[in-house]
Design a protein around this ligand. Structure first.
Ligand SMILES: NC(=O)c1ccc[n+]([C@@H]2O[C@H](COP(=O)([O-])OP(=O)(O)OC[C@H]3O[C@@H](n4cnc5c(N)ncnc54)[C@H](OP(=O)(O)O)[C@@H]3O)[C@@H](O)[C@H]2O)c1
Length: 286
């Protein structure tokens, strides 16, 4: 059973259904240039981040990996096992060999020896491509190239399709989730199958920092809007992936232990749902 601890620090880890663990708050690396990714990963490591969410589509796997390797080489006490690095397959394919080669390229590009969590970035491509790509993920796990496998942007039908066909079950579904797009349907389905939710765009990409409810609750809890939003994800048992290129914000976004949202205030935030899509929504593709 996937479970989440009640202490939310950069050192806390959550347990995945395959028995492995991963950091409870991780840095998102989307929309970072190569230079920004390298600098941000180094800065985040220095302030205590251990989880990094990368992807083939972000075009910064090499730079993220370089920053991680340099930190491993220079800081005594930090080992590869302390770091949790995620990447994602850009495109599902019907060619098993093409997907295996693509996974191997990601492993080689980051230079970390293996990838902790590898996700199918979306359900696009149709059933055959999805299931063939997943078979490649399973075999890459067996081969030691990746440790855990999961998916992203999978809707309920995609999860049911995968769970029914998989030899190795997915342990993560990374979806957009925040008070303005809660996705309770997908979260409920994943919970039933012991699949942990990683919440992307946990800060609503900055689009709702001035919302009246967000502002009034931030005032009530003496926290920033960003901290309120991160806390909402955590209290719902999700792993948030706040992105920032700024060190002060990296620290702020993970400094969420000084308050606890009441059940009533969690519901107040839940009720803000307007199905706001900040980027893309492949969850109902065929
Ligand atoms: N699987 C998928 O399809 C998918 C899709 C989207 C995202 N993701 C993942 O999820 C991560 C997070 O999502 P996201 O990057 O789209 O959005 P986000 O984390 O919700 O928001 C990032 C934005 O908020 C700003 N920000 C950060 N901290 C802030 C703070 N304390 N106060 C005010 N503004 C702040 C950032 O600017 P600065 O950088 O200038 O601070 C950036 O503009 C991504 O980086 C990626 O790893 C996955």
């Amino acid at each position: 059973m996937a479970s989440v601890s009640t202490k939310y620090t950069l050192a806390s880890r959550v347990k995945l259904a395959d028995g492995r663990t991963m950091p409870q708050i991780q840095l998102g690396l989307y929309m970072m240039s190569r230079t920004e990714a390298q600098k941000s990963v180094s800065a985040a490591l220095a302030v205590g981040y251990r989880g990094f969410d990368c992807a083939q589509m972000y075009h910064n796997e090499r730079e993220a990996g370089t920053a991680l390797r340099e930190s491993l080489a220079s800081s005594a006490g930090l080992t590869r096992e302390d770091i949790f690095y995620t990447s994602k397959l850009a495109q599902n394919r019907a060619s098993y060999d093409a997907v295996r080669a693509s996974i191997s390229k990601s492993v080689s590009d980051c230079g970390l020896g293996y990838i902790d969590l590898f996700l199918l970035h979306s359900p696009y491509g149709g059933k055959q491509a999805r299931l063939t790509s997943w078979r490649a993920v399973e075999d890459a796990i067996d081969a030691g190239e990746i440790r855990s496998g999961g998916v992203s942007n999978y809707g309920v039908a995609h999860i049911e399709e995968l769970v029914a066909a998989a030899r190795i079950q997915p342990v993560v579904n990374q979806i957009e989730s925040h008070p303005f797009n809660t996705r309770t349907d997908i979260r409920d389905c994943c919970k039933m199958h012991n699949i942990l939710i990683e919440a992307y765009a946990p800060l609503v990409r900055g689009m709702r920092m001035q919302d009246a409810t967000v502002l009034s609750l931030s005032k009530k809890y003496s926290c920033s809007p960003a901290q309120l939003l991160v806390r909402w994800s955590l209290q719902h048992g999700m792993v948030p992936l706040p992105k920032s290129v700024r060190k002060d914000r990296m620290i702020e976004n993970a400094d969420v232990n000084g308050f606890e949202l009441t059940t009533e205030d969690m519901s107040k935030l839940d009720s803000l749902d307007e199905h706001l899509v900040t980027d893309w929504d492949p969850t109902d593709t065929e």
